[in-house]
Design a protein around this ligand. Sequence first.
Ligand code: ZN
Length: 200
Amino acid sequence: MACPDCDLIQRIPPLKLDEAANCVRCNAMLFKNKKNSVDRSLAFALTGLILFIMSNLFPLLSLKALGVVQDETLISTSVSLFQAERPFLSIIILLTTVIFPATTLVGTIYVLLQVKNGRINRHTAPLFRFLRSTDAWGMLEIFMLAVLVAVVKLGDLADVIFGVSLYAFCLLIITLALLSYSLNPHDVWNKLRNANGCQL
Ligand SMILES: [Zn+2]
């Protein structure tokens, strides 16, 4: 494994529970063998998927001005931008707030279920590698920041009503952070490497 801080390649010996391996050159932590990492990550990923579905089913925000109420959901935000002739921005928002988070959640649940049940097939490792490479493209927290700035700026012009989805969306951001903390890629790679018929 390459040290994330100094790039020194090292072989990590089998670790006991809660034991950590540190880099021999710069002492950065390489890997910690956390208890029930797969089960905990699976619980966070399933919770995240439920919150993601809730975030998309109901309006995030409703704007009320001059007696007219306009509801906006995550997907309708992208559609509105597309109709306002901002296709590039619309596609970026659709990818970073809907497509990539959905792919990450469904893909992670699929990989973790296979690892947990020992039913790893030849697609599991390439899928996990793909999920690791697209992980950084889910940008829900940045979208949330933009929504908060818009709410403050629009506060004088229109009444802003927070929808159920906004609360689900906030919880989703927290759940995804917890998933990222609890998921131990090194642990998953070890399990994939040890599985029969898995080519890495
Ligand atoms: Zn190092």
